[in-house]
Write a protein that binds this ligand. Structure first.
Ligand code: ZN
Length: 333
């Protein structure tokens, strides 16, 4: 490598050698083995910006290991988990520039690092941050973090999602809001039937299909199939506790998801096994297959728009339970 040697005052064939070097990091001397260029004639080091940058990064890495600090990659993933740099900086009370510096390799000061670790591990801390600074976030950003918190609770291995679902839906049954006690196996088989008929079933469409099957069964026969209740949401009716429902279906291996190859990013729901038809009466199978067939070629947007016209949707407010009394006015027969 032809390089200019200051000491010899001419170009020389610089040689790459490994050397122990000491860098100051946050007031500490950190020793690393690094590659440096040397002049073959006088033995002086020749500065190389790229090699120097690599050595400095290694020193930072060494410092992080020594003090058990989060890496820039981990900080970035953690931040992305919660939202944009702007959102998470606002939540932590930092400037966005500070967040960018840490993601780019700067070592966080101790207080900031402590905040990041708690953001990663401590849901109570996130709730505290939301109370303190939630008003600085956009409504959508805040809701997203709240739903992450709800999901995180479900990461607890001691929590059985199917049992949790049965518990939350039993309350609606006991209060008379649902006439059927929740039956996870029926929900599972119904979802699988929908996934078989719909080749590109996305979650928002599935939620509407479940609504229509349960409501149509109430309209025709006076009882619902799954025992779930439904609430008014942005994109139409969805099962109450829909995040928990989706999570239970996934963890109980009822469904798998694969990336959606369409014009927007999402997931397609596929059945993880054949549905158990023996769980249903003939009239229930007719209801499910009728709903599946009717909406088979509807996109998620189209079924969402269709469901917005339902009296049960029009007459309820955001997040309100849609009473089964509205089944009489359902547009399907
Ligand atoms: Zn030299």
């Amino acid at each position: 490598m032809r390089r200019y040697c200051d000491a010899c005052d001419r170009e020389v064939d610089a040689q790459l050698v490994r050397k122990r070097e000491v860098f100051p990091v946050k007031g500490e001397s950190i020793e690393v083995v690094s590659d440096v260029l040397e002049c073959p004639d006088c033995g002086e080091s020749i500065f190389d910006e790229e090699l120097d940058g690599q050595a400095l990064n290694r020193a930072y890495e060494e410092y992080r290991l020594k003090h058990n600090l989060l890496s820039p990659g981990t900080i970035r993933k953690l931040r992305e988990h919660f939202g944009s740099g702007r959102t998470v900086a606002a939540l932590l009370g930092w400037s966005q520039a500070t967040m960018v510096r840490y993601e780019n390799g700067a070592i966080p000061d101790a207080a900031h690092h402590d905040q990041l670790v708690r953001l990663k591990d401590d849901p109570d801390y996130i709730r505290l941050l939301l109370r303190q600074r939630g008003s600085k976030l956009k409504e959508r950003e805040r809701q997203r973090i709240e739903s992450l918190l709800a999901l995180r609770k479900m990461d607890d291995p001691d929590v059985d999602p199917v049992a949790s679902l049965a518990t939350v839906f039993r309350k609606y049954y006991e209060r008379g809001i649902s006439s059927t006690n929740f039956d996870f196996e029926k929900l599972a088989a119904m979802v699988q039937m929908f996934a078989l008929v719909n080749r590109e079933l996305v979650k928002t469409k599935l939620q509407k299909l479940l609504f229509y099957a349960d409501f149509l069964c109430v309209k025709r026969y006076g009882y619902s199939i799954t025992g779930m209740v439904y609430i008014h949401h942005h994109y139409g009716p969805v099962p109450a506790h829909h995040d928990l429902v989706h999570w239970a279906l996934l963890t109980a291996n009822v469904i798998d998801t694969k990336p959606f190859a369409g014009s927007y990013e999402g997931e397609v729901i596929v059945a993880a096994e054949e549905p158990d038809f023996s769980l249903f009466s003939e009239e229930e199978i007719e209801v499910i297959q009728g709903v599946a067939g009717y909406f088979r070629d509807f996109t998620a947007t189209k079924i969402s728009e269709f469901s917005h016209e339902e009296p049960g949707y029009r007459k309820t407010g955001m997040k309100e339970i849609i009473s089964f009394d509205y089944a009489r006015e359902l547009k399907l027969t």
